[in-house]
Design a protein around this ligand. Sequence first.
Ligand code: AHR
Length: 548
Amino acid sequence: MQSNRREFLRAAAAGMAYAAGLRSAANDGLIEVLIDEPIATIAPEIYGHFVENLGGVVYDGIWVGEDSKVPNIGGLRKQLVEALRRVSPPVIRWPGGCFADSYDWRDGVGPRDKRPKRTNFWAGAGEWPKNARRAGPQHYDPNQFGTIEFTRFCKATGAQPYFAANLRGSTAQDFDRWVEYCNAPAGATTLADQRAADGEREALDVRYWGVGNEAWGCGGSFTPEDYATEFLRFTAWVPGYNVPLAFVGSGPNGNDLDWTQRFFTKVEQKGELGRMWGWSMHHYAWNASGGRTSDWSAGKGDALRFDAEQYYEILREAYQMDSFITSQWTAMGERDRRHHVKLVVDEWGAWYAPGTEPFAEALLGQQSTMRDAVLAGLTLDTFNRHADKVGLAAVAQLVNCLQSLFFAHEDQFCVTPTYHVFDMYKSHQGARSLRTMTGAPAISYPRHEGTGTLVGLSCSASLRGKTLTLTVTNPSLDQAREVEIALRGATATSAKTVTLAAADPHAHNSFANPHAVEPREEALQGSGARLTHRFPPASVTKLELSLV
Ligand code: AHR
């Protein structure tokens, strides 16, 4: 039996999502949860977030200022802080993205009224809505939200900070000094004194440091070898101040294996793999064209108006995450044989064409529908299943941007369906990921170029004590699935479910209609080692089972 399961897993990894033998006769799907086959502990940091100083993410989104009429905690939007806290964010990445490689951290410290104004990296982007006001903080950064404000935001929400350092536009010494400003003990150095004068006497103990961002692109257009040299220069002998610094290298665009292999080869030849904690990877689901084009602008679809082909194409792009993780991990392992370095997927989500911004200054702002909730479910399940490989991840981006959890503008605020998915999935954080096997007919759909296929069901399971969390995504646009859930190695005494679904997959929340998409809870009928549940189309479901 064990070897049959292994066979199945191998086949599934090769893309065969449906094994006829695994489909229950009475139902149109089967999920087996192998209680005695743990994969690894799910790093809470997999449920991380990304905040870039871009459009309406920081200014208006998070930072409203202490004198604002919008309720705030020391300038931070109160409603957002409280809602984010509820989903237990483990880590937040800042200040970019591409912005990071233009940022001088010194601009964002010291008295706020003395900080310089700088042109934002994104000021000249082609995606700005025509009616966006061009004179505000989104274009000319007043630096009111700097190191202290960001780390206070992290503290207020319960998250750890993850800084992205400027590699393209600053020096290794600037980097050292930023670490010193953050982490040197109180009273020890001039920069520690400056931090105290800025309101934080105790060290900020920042552990995670990204060394540049997208070094193959906006981060400097490096070759992997040249970037490896810079990475080693930036990370050599950086004092840790008793914090085990975790350096993250700027990894590939999507699944670029050449970038990974060449970087790892060079760092290994120098004998310095031990210097790295993580290797970042960015993967956006953006091409909805069905094979018509691979052009970055022309290939994108609309966030709200989509047909079946566009719906499935975005989910299919997102689901590539699964194979990307496996192949990047294999490429890393060619040099890092003991897999000391973790994968860090610090930008992921859907990226649509401009046109659905919640307000004009929200550059790259896009609406977020049930399709995006399904995308989030598929992706988080993927990370859970690869808990042995992924050490941290960050959805892009927190508010008013790409796949956001929130929209916030002046005194208006709402959460998106993606927010609800993070809320439902938070019980996986720090639990033991368990192996699952899924049998359901793969989805086939017509696309411009041939026929597209997508997994029929996606899931992940984790165990904490006697509580099993099973999350299941049904990506089918129109088919509910009656699924048998078989627990191998335990029985359930009680179960409850939380389901996020809507009659129409285009459903979304907005300032005018903030509760259009909300999860609903119910008790699950049945107990024992076999249960049956019906998963509605385009839905994300969490089942929580008490085991004996
Ligand atoms: O998230 C938006 C941008 O996408 C980031 O700045 C960059 O890292 C990526 O290309």
